[in-house]
Design a binder for this molecule. Sequence first.
Ligand code: FES
Length: 71
Amino acid sequence: MIICSCANINDRKVKNALSSGARTLSDVQAELGVAMGCGSCRDAVQDEISKFYGSAGNTPRAYNGDLAPTA
Ligand code: FES
C-alpha cells in the first residue's frame, strides 16, 4: 500500500526503515524522503511508527507484520 504518493513510498519500505533503526518521523523522512512534499502522509507514517514501536512509548516491541525487528 502506498503511504507517500509524492515520494512513491509504500508501507513495506517504511517498515524496512523502522526495522533498520529509524525511530521517529524525522528518521523516516531522512531515510526515505516521505512527508516532505504535500505532507498529507504524515499521519499515515506516524501510524506505521506507532504500530511498529507501540503507542506507550519508545520501547521497541515486536511488530505484528512480516518484518519483526531482530533486537
Ligand atoms: S503524500 Fe507524502 S509528502 Fe505528499
